[in-house]
Design a protein around this ligand. Structure first.
Ligand code: ZN
Length: 351
């Protein structure tokens, strides 16, 4: 486990270096970054130069009712930016039963966790009883410590193990600060981990009072501990990061294993009725058929990379040659596809 954690930290560190490279050197006009808009409030001059994926100090969430007692929240700029392929902050939601409430995702800092709790208060006086993190990634789980002690945290076992490792967690926080901004409350985060653990292949059914919710592990999807949340009575499904947003957003194969990711996404697609509502990890709700774009992308990626390996290409040659024109449009394409997904898949296939 320790070895695995340190491997993760190294990977994160490499990732952050490549993100900085991407955002530092991309060809977009300097005054029009594909990333967080700068806030207008007074910040030190050097902070204004930051290149953030999105700004943890500026994100505002909006609430959307999806069904009776079922709500999603997502960044106010998600609708506009998702369709243009720009990255936005984290989405989540909550489910209200006759007795209690289950929240999905605690967000990256206290400010956003408090926005989430404020949304719950807006619509019900029932207490929050459960809080699910779809992964250990900070934008989904750092806000746990802000929730009342009476709330039970639900995580996959691997998520809990990662966050319980003090060294790995502190390194992760440093990484998140680089990505989403210093002095936005990320430094203050205290790890708070699962009271209820979900294992590989588990389906945990909770009854909130005339409202059933299922917490499901379907396999490797982006991390070792991805959880999906399903409200069968309302056909609403939360994916976390494995489905980032509507097309043209692409999966981020940060830890490779593209064949396992593909198999899990196919399982998700098969599981969902056509009229289900899917809340992705970083965007407005989408339809099950939107996931087909990601499935086709992973299939094409596999085919092209396999071909490149068989032809004896180096990874650098593969990165140059495999451009998948049918799947372009994501603002992070150069970095996610060429920089992360092609090399990860190359490594998967050559081993
Ligand atoms: Zn995320």
């Amino acid at each position: 486990m320790l070895k695995e954690i340190s491997k993760n930290v190294v990977k994160w560190a490499l990732l952050s270096a490549s993100v900085l490279f991407f955002f530092g050197c991309n060809s977009m006009p300097a005054n029009e970054p594909p990333v967080a808009e700068k806030t207008e409030d007074a910040q030190p001059a050097e902070e204004k130069k930051e290149q953030l994926v999105w700004d943890a100090g500026a994100v505002q969430l909006e609430l959307k009712k999806l069904a009776d007692g079922v709500y999603a929240f997502y960044p106010t700029d998600a609708k506009e930016k998702n369709s243009k392929g720009y990255p936005v902050a984290t989405s989540g939601g909550f489910v209200v039963g006759d007795n209690e409430v289950l929240v999905i995702e605690s967000m990256v800092n206290k400010r956003l966790a408090e926005q989430v709790m404020g949304f719950v208060k807006q619509v019900t006086d029932k207490p929050i009883r459960y809080l699910v993190n779809t992964s250990y990634h900070g934008d989904h789980a750092y806000g746990n410590y802000v929730f009342p002690k009476s709330v039970s945290i639900i995580q996959h076992r691997k998520t809990k193990e990662f966050m319980d490792n003090t060294e790995a967690f502190e390194a992760d926080k440093q990484f998140m600060v680089q990505y989403f901004g210093a002095n936005r409350g990320i430094e203050d985060v205290i790890a708070r981990t699962a009271d209820i653990v979900v294992d590989d292949g588990d389906v945990k059914t909770l009854d909130l009072g005339n409202k059933k919710v299922q917490i499901i592990h379907m396999g490797y999807a982006q991390t070792e501990g991805d959880l999906f949340v399903w409200v069968p009575g309302s056909k609403v499904f939360w994916t976390g990061n494995p489905v980032v947003a509507q097309p043209p957003a692409l999966p981020w194969l940060l830890d490779g294993k593209h064949e396992e990711v593909l198999a899990t996404l196919k399982k998700v697609r098969k599981f969902l009725p056509e009229d289900a509502v899917v809340v992705p990890g970083h965007g407005v709700p989408i339809q099950p058929k939107d996931i087909d774009f990601m499935i086709r992308y992973l299939e094409s990626l596999h085919k092209e990379v396999k071909n490149a390996v068989e032809q004896g290409m180096t990874v650098e040659e593969a990165q140059k040659v495999i451009t998948l024109p049918d799947f372009q449009g994501y603002a992070l394409f150069g970095w996610v596809h060429s920089g992360v997904n092609v090399p990860a898949t190359y490594k998967d296939i050559s081993n």
